[in-house]
Design a protein around this ligand. Structure first.
Ligand SMILES: *[C@@H]1O[C@H](CO)[C@@H](O)[C@H](O)[C@H]1NC(C)=O
Ligand SMILES: *[C@@H]1O[C@H](CO)[C@@H](O)[C@H](O)[C@H]1NC(C)=O
Length: 174
């Protein structure tokens, strides 16, 4: 009997390990009203200049060739300084590498490298899809190794907030 219980406990421990290390997969999409996929794609294709879609980011590329896999961007998030109302502070930084890009299908795939967010592996894809004569759809697929100190839900919710910011930012350009 003890042997059976031990066996059962071992299986539980094994399954728990597998569950704990399974990647998080997040599929998000949002409608952009007005501009066509052709009009929006250049904002995504411009991998080095994140400020065009995220107002609180400053970025530049320091490796690779524009529009080609291997292109690597460095970006920092800025926020108002808690002590000086006239200043901003850098709250985090990430390096991301473009690993695939398709101009015809309007998508790119990028992976996170060194960062201050505790991300050990993250691969994401952005695709701009047509949406009839209504505008287009911003599709964002993310897969990452679970991050310590946060939950899937919290992380996924924070990406959804970011997507809303991106969509609002793009819409102001048209
Ligand atoms: C912020 O800028 C204003 C206007 O230039 C100035 O009067 C004020 O002293 C500045 N505050 C700080 C904390 O630097
Ligand atoms: C969801 O995202 C993953 C990557 O994280 C991707 O492989 C998969 O195709 C996406 N699923 C859909 C339905 O878009």
């Amino acid at each position: 009997m003890a042997k059976i219980i031990l066996h059962f406990l071992l299986i539980l421990a094994f399954c728990h390990t597998i569950i704990a290390t399974e990647n998080w997969k997040i599929n998000l999409s949002a409608k952009i009203n007005g501009p066509t996929a052709d009009q929006v794609w250049p904002y995504i294709a411009d991998f080095c200049n994140l400020y065009k879609i995220l107002p609180n980011r400053i970025s530049f590329c320091d490796q690779g060739t524009e529009g080609e896999p291997g292109l690597t961007r460095y970006s920092v998030t800025i926020a108002p300084s808690p002590t000086n109302p006239n200043a901003t502070v850098v709250t985090d930084w990430v390096r991301e590498e473009l690993v695939e890009i398709s101009v015809t299908e309007k998508y790119n795939v990028y992976e996170m490298r060194e960062n201050t967010r505790g991300v050990t592996m993250m691969r994401a894809s952005v695709q701009i899809l047509p949406n009839g004569n209504k505008g287009c759809i911003y599709k964002w697929d993310i897969e990452l190794a679970p991050i310590g100190g946060t939950t899937y839900q919290f992380f996924s919710d924070s990406l959804e907030v970011r997507l809303a910011v991106v969509v609002a930012m793009i819409q102001t350009c048209f």
